[in-house]
Design a protein around this ligand. Structure first.
Ligand code: SF4
Length: 430
C-alpha cells in the first residue's frame, strides 16, 4: 500500500510519525509525500488550544476531500480527547487513542486488513530523512505526565507517564547515526519524568547514550524546571551534549504560578538558572510564557516582565492564554480581555527582541562547530551547539549540507534575529 502521513503540533507528534513511517515500510508498504496518491492516510492531531483543534478538523476534512477513496486513520490529542467527534468526521475509518500509538501500525494493519507484503519489506530508505533535508531526528523517549498544571490539556490527552526502554532508544539512535543523522533530540511530554515507571532516569539515559552511541550531537526537547537530578549539570561536561535548555517558566509571578499549579516558583527558577550557568559554558536557556492567564493583574504582569529581563533568556515562546474545555483553569474567575492579551504579548515580543539581540551580540568574534542544514537566501545555515542559528556566505563550491564545520561569528543578520559568520576551517566529522 502507499501510505501518506500528516501531523500537527509538537515534536512528539513528529517523532511518532517517523516511527510509524519506519514500521509501515518494514511491513512492505511504501510512503508517499502526496495524499492524492495514497491508499491510506494517517493524521496525527493536536489539541493544545481550541485553535489547534480547529486546524486538526480542517486537516481531516481536507485529507478526505483530497482523496476520498483512501482509508483515513486519525490519532493524536484531538482524537483522544473527543474520539466520537473524530469518528464522525467524514471519511474517517479508524480512531487510534494516544495510549495505543505505539501499536498504531499493528492496529491499522489488523482492523483495516492491510496486507503485509514481506517480499517488498525493505529497510526504510536509509537516506529518507536526509533527502528531506533533515539532519536532526526527534526521538520519542517518554509519554504522559503525572502533573496537572491547570491550563494543560496535554496531560489529560496523553495519560500517565510511560517510558521507552533505554536499549530501544540507544538502538534507534545508532540506526539513525548509521543512516547519516548527526543530531538527535530526545522528546516526550514530561521528559524530566523519564524512567519513573521503569526504574531508570533521564540523566542515566543521557549518560548511556553518550557512552553507547557515537552520535555527534545530542539535545533534549522542552523539559519542566523541576525533577532535574543534582548531577544533571555534569552531563554537559561531554561536548556532545548540547548546551541549550528549553525550560518553560510560564509566568514570573508566584501568585500566577500558584493558580497554574506549577511546581516551580520564581526564586526556585532563579536559583536553578544560577546553578546551571555556573556549571555549563555558553548555556542558552529559552522558555515558554503564557500571557493573560485568568486573573493576571497589572502588578503580576509587571513581575513577569521584570523577571524575564532579569533572567535574560535566549528566546521566548509567547502564548496568549486560550481557555481549554476540560482544564481547571477554564473555571478560574477574571478572564483577561483579548485586547489586553494583545498589548501584553506585543510588549513581551519587544522585550524578547531586545534581549535576544543583546545575547547574540555577546557571540560576535566567537567560533563554533555548526551543523549545516541547508542553503537559503542568507547562504548556508545551521545551528551552534547552544542552538543559535548562524548563516554564512562562502564561495566553496561543494555542498556543506549535513557537515559540521567551524564558523567564526562576525555579526548579526539584518533582522537581528540570528548570527552571521565565516567559514573557519572545514572539520568534516564522521
Ligand atoms: S508538567 Fe507539562 S505536560 Fe505536565 S501538566 Fe504541566 S504543562 Fe502539562
Amino acid at each position: 500500500m502507499r501510505i501518506h502521513l500528516k501531523t500537527l503540533g509538537c515534536r512528539l507528534n513528529e517523532a511518532e510519525l517517523e516511527a510509524w513511517s519506519r514500521e509501515f515500510q518494514a511491513r512492505g508498504h511504501a510512503m508517499t509525500g502526496h495524499a492524492e496518491e495514497a491508499d491510506l492516510l494517517v493524521v496525527n492531531t493536536c489539541a493544545v488550544t481550541e485553535e489547534a483543534v480547529r486546524k486538526s478538523r480542517k486537516l481531516l476534512g481536507r485529507s478526505n476531500r483530497q482523496n476520498p477513496d483512501a482509508r483515513l486513520v486519525v490519532s493524536g490529542c484531538f482524537a483522544s480527547l473527543d474520539p466520537n467527534a473524530a469518528l464522525e468526521m467524514e471519511g474517517v475509518d479508524l480512531v487510534v487513542d494516544n495510549q495505543d500509538k505505539e501499536r498504531l501500525v499493528e492496529l491499522v494493519s489488523e482492523k483495516l486488513n492491510l496486507t503485509v507484503m514481506s517480499e517488498a519489506a525493505t529497510e526504510p530508505e536509509a537516506t529518507g530523512r536526509l533527502e528531506q533535508g533533515r539532519q536532526r531526528a526527534f526521538i520519542k523517549v517518554q509519554d504522559g505526565c503525572r502533573y496537572r498544571c491547570t491550563f494543560c490539556i496535554v496531560t489529560l490527552a496523553r495519560g500517565e507517564e510511560r517510558s521507552r526502554p533505554v536499549r530501544e532508544v540507544i538502538a534507534e539512535i545508532n540506526r539513525l547515526h548509521s543512516e547519516g543523522i548527526r543530531e538527535v533530540v530526545l522528546t516526550g511530554v514530561h521528559i524530566g519524568g523519564y524512567g519513573s515507571d521503569i526504574g531508570a532516569s533521564l540523566a542515566g539515559l543521557i549518560r548511556r547514550i553518550l557512552n553507547e552511541t557515537d552520535i555527534p550531537r545530542l539535545r533534549i526537547g522542552s523539559i519542566e524546571p523541576w525533577d532535574l537530578p543534582g548531577d544533571f549539570w555534569s552531563l554537559f561536561d561531554n561536548p556532545r551534549f548540547m548546551p541549550h535548555l528549553h525550560l518553560p517558566l510560564q509566568s514570573g509571578s508566584d501568585s500566577v504560578l500558584r493558580r497554574m499549579a506549577r511546581r516551580c516558583r520564581s526564586d526556585e527558577y532563579r536559583q536553578l538558572l544560577k546553578q546551571a550557568r555556573r556549571h555549563v559554558d555558553d548555556l542558552n536557556v529559552t522558555t515558554d510564557i503564557i500571557v493573560g492567564f485568568p486573573g493576571e493583574t497589572e502588578a503580576e504582569w509587571r513581575q513577569t516582565l521584570d523577571f524575564v529581563e532579569e533572567i535574560g533568556f535566549g528566546d521566548l515562546h509567547i502564548f496568549a492564554y486560550s481557555p481549554r474545555r476540560g482544564t481547571k483553569a477554564v473555571t478560574l474567575p477574571d478572564p483577561v480581555s483579548r485586547e489586553l492579551k494583545r498589548q501584553r504579548s506585543e510588549a513581551l515580543h519587544r522585550l524578547n527582541g531586545h534581549l535576544r539581540r543583546q545575547m547574540l551580540k555577546c557571540h560576535i568574534g566567537r567560533t563554533f562547530p555548526v551543523l549545516i542544514e541547508g542553503q537559503g537566501v542568507h547562504g548556508w545555515s545551521g545551528y551552534s551547539p547552544n542552538y543559535l542559528r548562524i548563516s554564512l556566505e562562502t564561495d566553496i563550491g561543494d555542498s556543506l549540507e549535513n557537515r559540521i564545520i567551524m564558523v567564526r561569528v562576525d555579526g548579526l543578520s539584518a533582522d537581528g534575529r540570528q548570527l552571521r559568520g565565516r567559514l573557519q576551517a572545514d572539520r568534516h566529522q564522521q
